[in-house]
Write a protein that binds this ligand. Structure first.
Ligand SMILES: Nc1nc2c(ncn2[C@@H]2O[C@H](COP(=O)(O)OP(=O)(O)O)[C@@H](O)[C@H]2O)c(=O)[nH]1
Ligand SMILES: [Mg+2]
Length: 281
């Protein structure tokens, strides 16, 4: 399968991020907790190498908790800041705030020592499409601020949004694109709704999903689709699910394309359990 995903604005986006990075203290890099490795872009992380980075494993509620724990363990062991978050519920956001404050502390002390005004920490949020940047931002906005809505920072006009008393956020999020290095990675990103739906075949993504389900969640999968036993043949299996679900074309034949779309949306909604697609390195 070929993933046709070459955003024409990539070069400009990269340049914008490079410029904007100069203005921030800390970069909050959002990745999908179900594929923390596949969502990253090493080139862009290289651009941000002189900044403090906090990796946020978002959509933690949809990922396998054991896998998330292992990923966090590895990242922490490498000395990276990493926090698992559910932005919809605001879970983990307080920890992010604490990690930000801790990461800014040395700069704050430095300002104090030099008799300079303590200014709010300046943040940039980056991540691939649909990873939850906007949702995360809303959850970061302090309660008090939420009532009045984010307001422009006092210092730099429209460019900054004061999200909390002690934090300003660049108003244009750094939109990253994943670096797609293998067919499997492309399939993962398609399944996670990170690459546009015109760039992949749902049927092929569903076949990949079936493979993942067989390995990771055979029971949930079998009971969710009410399958008594499963064949080894995934194309056949897709047809069986079509029949069970009443996904039929005129004439009563199974409509596996429709089933493919349904299964992908079941996965995305978490109906098939908490499944992490990336394996530990
Ligand atoms: N289950 C779950 N869904 C989330 C989470 N964060 C964001 N979403 C959903 O993911 C979709 C994309 O979120 P959005 O904030 O628009 O992503 P953006 O493109 O990075 O700004 C929306 O449907 C959100 O409701 C999360 O932590 N858990
Ligand atoms: Mg957004």
């Amino acid at each position: 399968m070929t993933i046709n995903w070459y955003p024409g604005h990539m070069v400009k986006a990269r340049r914008d991020i490079e410029e904007n990075l100069k203005l921030v203290d800390i970069v909050l890099m959002l990745v999908d907790a179900r594929a923390p490795l596949s969502c990253r872009n090493p080139d862009l992380e290289h651009l941000a190498r002189h900044k403090k980075i906090i990796l946020i494993l978002n959509k933690n509620d949809l990922a396998d908790p054991n896998a998330t724990r292992s990923f966090l363990g590895i990242l922490h062991a490498e000395g990276l800041n990493a926090v698992a978050v559910n932005s919809v519920k605001g879970q983990g956001v307080r920890e992010v705030v604490e990690v930000i404050q801790k990461a800014y502390e040395s700069q704050r002390q430095d300002l104090l020592r030099r008799g300079r005004r303590i200014r709010p920490v300046r943040l940039m949020v980056t991540g691939v499409p649909n990873v939850g940047k906007s949702t995360f931002l809303n959850s970061l906005v302090g309660k008090k601020m939420a009532r009045t809505g984010p307001r422009p920072g006092l210092t730099r006009g429209k460019q900054w949004i004061r999200v909390r008393e002690d934090m300003e956020l660049m108003d244009t999020p750094g939109l990253l694109w994943p670096k797609i290095e293998s067919e499997e990675q492309g399939l993962k990103l398609a399944l996670l709704n990170i690459i546009g739906e015109n760039a992949y075949e749902e049927y092929e993504v569903a076949l990949y999903l079936l493979k993942v389900l067989r390995q990771q969640a055979p029971q949930i999968f079998q009971s969710y689709y009410k399958l008594e036993q499963t064949t080894e043949d995934d194309e056949q299996l897709l047809k069986e699910i079509s029949v069970k679900r009443g996904h039929l074309v005129k004439g009563g034949q199974p409509d596996p394309e429709k089933t493919a779309r349904q299964m992908i949306s079941d996965f995305r909604a978490g109906n098939l359990g908490r499944i992490t697609l990336d394996l530990m390195p």
